[in-house]
Write a protein that binds this ligand. Structure first.
Ligand SMILES: [Zn+2]
Length: 130
């Protein structure tokens, strides 16, 4: 699937100021800087103006693409390399999960859920003794 510039470029002149407004759903991000471009991002691919898939993606592209809002990056389906490594990175250690606790109605202490029953039982025992 090539770059769908035809559908993507559904801009319309709107209002008295003749502002161009994107009216199509087919989102495309245009990236350009002094080092090159324009390049177009659509459906997770980077294309040249001619519609060819750009590979490898030039280094200048990423800092420019980073300026695009995360929402828009999601819409055009291309993540930043830093996003990708964060997702695909090796999970050697699982992050420590917070231990579920319950507040003891007797003493107000935070007690581990796993030992909550035992904790409460101790209170009961103590009550009987006193
Ligand atoms: Zn308690």
């Amino acid at each position: 699937m090539g770059l769908n510039l035809r559908k993507a470029h559904v801009y319309e002149k709107v209002g008295k100021r003749q502002e161009m407004q994107l009216v199509a759903e087919n989102h495309i991000v245009r990236i350009r800087c002094s080092e090159g471009g324009p390049l177009f991002v659509q459906s997770g691919q980077v294309y040249s103006e001619g519609g060819d898939v750009i590979k490898p993606i030039p280094a200048w592209f990423w800092p420019e693409y980073e300026k695009v809002s995360p929402e828009m990056r999601k819409i055009v389906g291309l993540a930043l390399p830093s996003d990708v490594t964060a997702k695909a990175g090796p999970l050697t250690e699982k992050p420590a999960l917070p231990i579920p606790t319950k507040d003891c109605p007797e003493c107000g202490k935070e007690v581990k859920k796993a030992s909550f029953g035992l904790h409460v039982a101790r209170h009961r025992k103590a009550d009987k003794v006193s």
